[in-house]
Design a protein around this ligand. Structure first.
Ligand SMILES: CC(C)(COP(=O)(O)OP(=O)(O)OC[C@H]1O[C@@H](n2cnc3c(N)ncnc32)[C@H](O)[C@@H]1OP(=O)(O)O)[C@@H](O)C(=O)NCCC(=O)NCCS
Length: 221
């Protein structure tokens, strides 16, 4: 497939926000956005400008931004990965993304693994995350992948940590008794919860854990 074809994605939202492929020139704004969106994540789990530049060398077609004019207001980082969702191997966030450098990207991987989706708090609930997932879905189809796979952070655990363990919280989110601001939003987009990943990252807000979620490439979002 010619690279121009993969790199030509563009969706303009009704709000005027553009969803387009990430470029090297966005790297510094992207690092600033990471700090704004993930204030509780350990510094080594935040993506930095140099790492974004590397991602664009390794897998340019898997990186998208949401722009308000020239301003980066949302972004997503992905890579290809081989993964048996029936027998999921435990891994950490840092391991899966090669310490942030995406050296773990497997050009033959059958899943599009989502490293993150971040939307500027001032631009939330405008459909930007959904549009970024849609761009990823478009890429899955272009590349003939099974779909999207990611580990969603159980961010809503923080306000209930005194009342239950993270495992109990996960079960309640899965049974839809609790709406989690990240994983339940991902479910709303179309993802299905397929497992629990303990000690995935270093963020006490989500009990260091996440939910393994998948979105089949055939699903319209
Ligand atoms: C999770 C996140 C990416 C969502 O971004 P967003 O652009 O606000 O999401 P969208 O506007 O596309 O919303 C998608 C759907 O979820 C709903 N939604 C979004 N946030 C919600 C919330 N906090 N509570 C209830 N519903 C919510 C929207 O209304 C929309 O529903 P609809 O399709 O029925 O209209 C954003 O809150 C964020 O950056 N959070 C911090 C980082 C993070 O957790 N990233 C994901 C894991 S890496």
């Amino acid at each position: 497939m010619p690279s121009e074809m993969k790199m030509s994605y563009h969706e303009k939202l009704k709000s005027g926000i553009d969803i387009v492929p990430m470029q090297q020139e966005h790297a510094f704004q992207l690092e600033a956005l990471q700090h704004k969106v993930f204030p509780n994540l350990a510094e080594e789990e935040i993506l930095h400008a140099e790492q974004y530049k590397k991602h664009l060398e390794i897998f340019p077609e898997g990186q998208f931004v949401a722009l308000d004019g020239e301003k980066v207001v949302g972004a997503t980082t992905t890579m290809r990965y081989r993964y048996d969702i029936k027998n999921p191997e435990p891994h950490t966030f840092s391991e899966i993304m090669g310490g942030g450098w995406l050296t773990t990207h497997d050009p033959e991987g059958e899943w599009l693994y989502g490293i993150d989706v971040s939307v500027d708090p001032e631009y939330r609930k405008m459909g930007i995350a959904k549009a970024l997932y849609r761009a990823r879905q478009h890429l899955c189809r272009q590349l003939g992948l099974k779909g999207q796979l990611t580990v969603g952070m159980l961010n809503g655990y923080d306000r209930l940590r005194g009342e239950m363990t993270i495992e109990e919280y996960y079960q309640k989110v899965k049974r839809k008794e609790i709406f989690d601001p990240t994983v339940s939003v991902q479910e709303k987009v179309g993802f299905e919860i397929v497992g629990f990943m303990k000690d995935y990252l270093n963020d006490p807000t989500c009990g260091n854990s996440g939910a393994v979620i998948v979105l089949d490439a055939s699903k319209e979002i």
